[in-house]
Every structure is written in C-alpha cells, then in structure tokens.
Write a protein that binds this ligand. Structure first.
Ligand code: COA
Length: 329
C-alpha cells in the first residue's frame, strides 16, 4: 500500500512595513541605485521596525497559513521554523510562534540551514508525514538579517531584506500531489563564505567583538556568486532528472531570491523562459529562509501556481548548504 504524501494545504507570508530603497542607501553609502539594480536586481527591501522581530513576522505568516488551510492551531502536530536570525540565541523562534498562535503542547523547534533552510525544513517536515508519525506540520522560513547587517559594508548590506513565509503540510493518500522529491547538500569547508563570527561559543560577545564588528555578516561576495550559479544549475538539473521532468513539464521555478544575475544564468542553462521563473527580488531583496515561501505565496496569490502545478524550488546559502524540491500543488 502506498504511503502518505505531504501536501501543501495552506500558505502565508509576512513582511515588515518599513521599506528601504536603493536611493535610501545612496544617502548613507558610496553606492547608487543603478549599481545595485544592475548587479543584484534589488530595488527595495522591507526591514524590521520598532518592536518587530523574527518571531512576530513568523507568527503573522503562520496565522495566515493556518487560515488559508482552514485549520486551527491545535490541528497542528509539529512546528518547524528555519531561521539563522532568531529573536535570541534560545529558545527557538518556533517556540515563540507556538505560544503566539496558541498551539498549546505542539512540539516546536528551529532548524539552521541559512537560505536553504526552508527546503531543509520542508524535507524534514514531509518525512514526519510520510512515515505516518504526524498528520499536519507547520513549516516556517523566517529571517531578519537587517539585524546582523553592517550598514557601512556596501558589498553585503544592500542585498538583504526581512520576511517570513509559512506552509501547512497535511497528510494525503493522493499520490499525485505533495512533496515529490527533496535533495539536501552541505559543504562545511565553505563555512566562512558567509558567516557571523561573534556572539557564539567561538567568540562570545565582548567589547572587543563589538569594536571589531564581529556581530555582523561577513561575506565573500564573489566566491558566493560562483558557488551559487554552479549549485543552482546543478539543483535544477537534478530535480528535473530525478522526477523525470522536462522544462515543459515544470509550471514554475521558485528560486531563492538571491541575485537576478544568478537566477538568470542558472535558469538559462535549461532554457527556462523567464515567465516560468518567479522573481520578486526587486521588491524584497534576499530574505534568506523566507525567500522561497514568500515567493511561493505571491505566485499562488497571483495565479502563477495553483492546484495541479508542478513547482521546482532551488536554494543555497551559508554552511555552505544547497537544496532543491519538486512539489505538486
Ligand atoms: N555599490 C557600488 N559599488 C560596489 C558595491 C555597491 N553596493 N558593492 C561592491 N562594490 C564595488 C566593489 O568595491 C568593487 O570595486 P573595485 O572594483 O573598485 O574593487 C566592484 O564594485 C566590484 O565588486 P564585486 O564584488 O566584484 O562585484 P560583483 O559584481 O561580484 O557584485 C555582489 C557583488 C555582492 C552583488 C555579488 O558578488 C553577489 O551577489 N554575490 C553573491 C552574494 C550572495 O548571494 N549572498 C547571499 C547568499 S545566500
């Protein structure tokens, strides 16, 4: 007898209301709207405002996903939150969300895989359903890297925005729907390509770590770029090959919104027409673990994906991590 499939029953997303445009950066950095637009595709990004945190964004997205799924908080069996920018080192953002939505007693934990985090969490969440352990799993991707950005470093701070996205996975016997395939990879030898050196057990916060700016994101932009193009190309090829899909069979590619040039060079390799590639990087920048569920939620709302659609998701990030998924809506 075939096992259970994990289908996406509801989707939600949230962004803070404060917007920072490229022109706002011109006022504080030696940069220009033209440079940022041409090199990254980003025009503006939403950043946390006063009183907002990763968990407040994640809670809004989670409530929306529950409503969209027509479910109540106590219908959930598990909450997984992918993030590298928690409200505090511990407890997990997932615990704060569990409390805020009133999912009393539901197990909740965070997963750290940076920009690949949502696909990692989707893979973990779907396993709990496929094994029959749980019926409904909330998978959240949230990051607010604005809190870790050095706004004097023009090579990194212009890229990132804050957001959250969430899906509710539900068990189904329908084998034509749901999470069809996931692929996860890591190369820890590239840990220093993108990292925050201070504030952990290696370099606990001290006056020196603060003076040295070690609480900020450090990024080897050009190295990350090369890695990203190669892995995004590989992931697209692997997802299509393993699921026996041609470009025509894929309704939509939802890539990690990292840099328009990276997205274009990866999808061009397989001749994906750009109308089959969801792009919203111009409005949000790189929102790390939130990027894919935010894009998915917009794509569904815009009618670019819906029941019956075949979607390929690809992401990579700090770790180094990279991950892909094929989802039948
Ligand atoms: N405005 C103006 N000039 C800038 C700038 C900015 N915001 N940021 C960098 N520059 C300058 C550099 O100082 C450099 O000047 P130089 O030639 O005088 O030394 C020049 O632009 C080229 O820098 P380079 O780093 O080669 O640019 P690039 O085309 O690689 O673009 C990134 C830089 C960061 C946009 C690009 O490398 C990138 O997107 N990398 C991937 C990063 C990423 O995705 N991180 C998250 C992964 S999940």
């Amino acid at each position: 007898m075939p096992g259970m499939r994990a289908v996406i029953k509801g989707i939600g997303s949230a962004v803070p209301s404060r917007i920072m445009t490229n022109h706002d950066f011109e006022a504080i950095l030696d940069t220009s709207d033209e440079w940022i637009t041409k090199r990254t595709g980003v025009k503006e990004r939403h950043l946390l405002g006063e009183g907002e945190t990763s968990s407040t964004l994640a809670t809004t997205a989670a409530k929306q996903a529950l409503e969209n799924a027509n479910l109540k908080p106590d219908d959930l069996d598990l909450i997984i939150c992918a993030t590298v920018s928690p409200d505090m080192p511990f407890p997990a953002v997932a615990c704060l969300v569990q409390d805020a939505i009133g999912a009393v007693g539901v197990p909740a934990f965070d997963l750290s895989a940076a920009c690949s985090g949502f696909i990692y969490a989707l893979s973990v969440g779907s396993q709990f359903i496929e094994t029959g352990k749980y019926k409904r799993v909330m998978v959240i991707g949230v990051d607010a890297l604005s809190r870790f950005c050095d706004y004097t470093d023009r090579g990194s701070c212009i890229l990132f925005g804050d957001a959250a996205g969430a899906v509710v996975l539900e068990a189904s016997e329908d084998q034509t729907k749901g999470i069809e395939y996931t692929v996860l990879h890591t190369d820890g030898s590239g840990w220093d390509y993108i990292h925050v050196p201070g504030g952990g057990t290696a370099k606990p916060t001290s006056q020196k770590t603060l003076d040295d700016g070690e609480h900020y994101v450090k990024m080897r932009g050009r190295d990350v770029y090369k890695f990203a193009v190669e892995k995004m190309q590989w992931l697209l090829g692997d997802c299509m090959e393993k699921c026996n899909l041609s470009v025509d069979d894929v309704d939509l590619v939802v890539p990690h919104q990292v840099n328009i040039r990276i997205i274009e060079s990866a999808t061009k390799k397989y001749n994906f027409p750009m109308d089959k590639v969801y792009v919203n990087i111009d409005r949000y920048g790189n929102t790390s673990a939130a990027s894919i569920p935010l894009a998915l939620s917009e794509a569904v709302a815009a009618g670019k994906a819906g029941p019956g659609s075949t979607i390929v998701m690809v992401a990579f990030g700090a770790g180094l991590t990279w991950a892909g998924a094929v989802v039948k809506m």
